[in-house]
Ligand binder design. Structure first.
Ligand code: ZN
Length: 535
């Protein structure tokens, strides 16, 4: 079986997505990452449309790519224009990339109503443009825009357009479902019909308007396509492009397809998250294979089964795509989750111990009050420690005060916090400012603790979520705060709940600091233990 080429168009078609854009520096970063991963082609941009894309082409030339070829995207020449005088064509030549991806029309509707030219002129435009780039030494990929809709309208006409590209010397012909409305059975039949008469590489380019882009891409491969175009996480216009993060593992892990260069899928999750971060888009947890929830188990019985044999509820091993299994703690928990989570965190508990029941009981009570531990592992660990009577406070709060002051319309508000606490017999009383009240409180707390626990200075807050909740057992609305902290080595989440947002934040802050101190203590113990063993 022929190997499949991967063609990424995140930097071109992906950038058509609503609310998404990328500067040249970000584009370069992503291109280098895709090169490392082993994508065969990276479509860098639309040469004629955008100076930013031309800047990318100029910059990427300074880098040595190991595996990928950069493609510049452009259209066939304008109607009734000699190719040498066509502006878009000249821009695409100037982009000076090894691969030119040219799109042209395959649907009569577009020829007569959009281009407003004749069918014969359309064929000439395709052939001229492809040939021109071949003469100029480019590898030419011909994107047959709206091919499937065009074929459904007139197979004869649609076939003539790709034969024109073939006559021009195209190296690959890519069939596009540009409106994204076709179904897998149509894609399979039409791709098969093309494959039987076109001797060069056949590619597939799908959009997701009927939620079929991944399925359609796979059907095309089954029918003989050997190039798949798509974007990371399926970013793209309207409902998006075909999602490579699903297509790649489907082809490789489910169908045994070999790719030209991409051998190892372990970077896939990383690339998916990298693109979200780069585009400043909230990660979609439910993405197949690479989403944070893709291997997250909640209901007790499932967790019990996964613990016994992972394949019972996991269709692949999460590690194969660089993802990880997560056990979620919730009121649905059941003993299995608690146990598994505790073991994952290095807390020893046995299945039948009364403590498992007690943890469950506490969980239930807290969840009724509005707590949620799914994003707050560290608070959950502290809860277990409390049940096991292994918890101790590192300090006692004597009081805090938070002030927010705004002096007139144009002024930004100032925030200041005062924290008074006791460590052993020492009382510390500290004041700090911050961008906002929680930031000020965090600063004051860590300032007060610095003398006793210098390592808390290393902790920074990386994320702060607030949600107004409607707890099951209270009448007043409550606020749930989830904080994510890091010390550069680890990242952990903590939770606080109260009718008062500052109090909820304080709870989460205290858990965060205590978790850090426990963690360092445990580490010190382990070092001591290891040393003692050596001696
Ligand atoms: Zn497209």
């Amino acid at each position: 079986m022929k190997k499949v080429q991967l063609y990424d168009t995140t930097l071109r078609d992906g950038m058509q997505a609503e609310g998404v854009s990328l500067a040249t520096a970000g584009k370069l970063k992503l291109a280098l990452k895709l090169d490392e991963f082993g994508v065969d082609y990276i479509e860098g941009g639309f040469a004629a449309s955008n100076p930013k894309d031309m800047e990318f082409f100029a910059e990427i030339k300074k880098h040595h790519l190991k595996k990928s070829k950069i493609a510049a995207f452009g259209s066939t020449r304008r109607a009734n224009t000699p190719i040498g005088e066509d502006k878009g064509t000249n821009q695409l030549i100037m982009a000076d990339m090894p691969v030119a991806t040219i799109f042209g029309k395959s649907w009569r509707l577009h020829v007569t109503s959009v281009l407003r030219t004749t069918e014969n002129e359309n064929l000439a435009m395709i052939k001229d443009t492809v040939r021109y780039f071949k003469v100029h030494g480019r590898e030419v990929i011909y994107d047959a825009e709206h091919f499937f809709d065009g074929y459904k309208d007139s197979p004869e006409f649609a076939m003539r357009t790709i034969k024109a590209a073939l006559d021009g010397g195209a190296d690959a012909i890519v069939l596009c479902d540009t409106r994204g409305g076709c179904l897998p059975l149509e894609i399979f039949d039409i791709t098969g019909a093309v494959k039987r008469v076109i001797p060069v590489t056949i590619g597939i380019h799908c959009h997701n308007d009927a939620e079929m882009a991944v399925a359609n891409s796979i059907e095309a491969v089954r029918a003989g396509a050997t190039q798949v175009q798509g974007t990371i996480n399926g970013f793209g216009e309207r409902c998006g492009n075909a999602n490579l993060c699903a297509i790649i593992p489907n082809l490789k892990l489910k169908m045994g397809t070999e790719f030209n260069q991409c051998k190892d899928l372990k970077e896939l999750t990383n690339i998916s998250r990298f693109v979200d971060t780069l585009l400043n888009v909230v990660h979609d947890r439910r993405l197949a294979y690479v989403g944070a929830s893709a291997f997250a188990h909640k209901a007790g019985m499932h967790v019990n089964a996964v613990e016994k044999t992972s394949e019972s509820f996991e269709h692949i091993k999460p590690k194969e795509v660089g993802n990880e299994r997560r056990i979620l703690i919730s009121e649905l928990a059941g003993g299995s989750n608690v146990l598994l989570k505790a073991v994952q965190m290095g807390v020893e508990m046995s299945r039948n111990s009364p403590q498992v029941k007690e943890v469950l009981h506490h969980l239930e009570q807290l969840e009724k009050k509005g707590y949620e531990f799914e994003g707050a592992d560290a608070s959950f660990k502290i809860l277990i420690q409390k049940v096991l009577k292994k918890h101790r406070s590192f300090f006692d709060l004597l009081g805090f005060r938070v002030i927010v002051e705004k002096r007139g319309k144009g002024e930004l508000p100032r925030s200041e916090a005062i924290v008074k606490l006791k460590v052993g017999d020492d009382v510390e009383h500290r004041v700090a400012e911050g961008d906002g009240p929680v930031n000020a409180l965090d600063n004051a707390l860590r300032l007060a603790l610095a003398k006793f626990y210098p390592l808390v200075a290393k902790v920074t807050l990386t994320d702060y979520h607030v949600r107004i909740i409607d707890p099951k057992e209270a009448t007043a609305a409550k606020t749930r705060v989830i904080i994510e902290s890091t010390d550069g080595e680890d990242t952990w989440g903590t939770v606080g709940v109260s009718e008062n947002i500052i109090e909820a934040s304080w709870e989460a802050l205290v858990d965060s600091v205590e978790f850090k101190l426990f963690k360092d203590e445990e580490k010190a113990h382990r070092h001591k233990g290891a040393k003692a063993q050596k001696n």
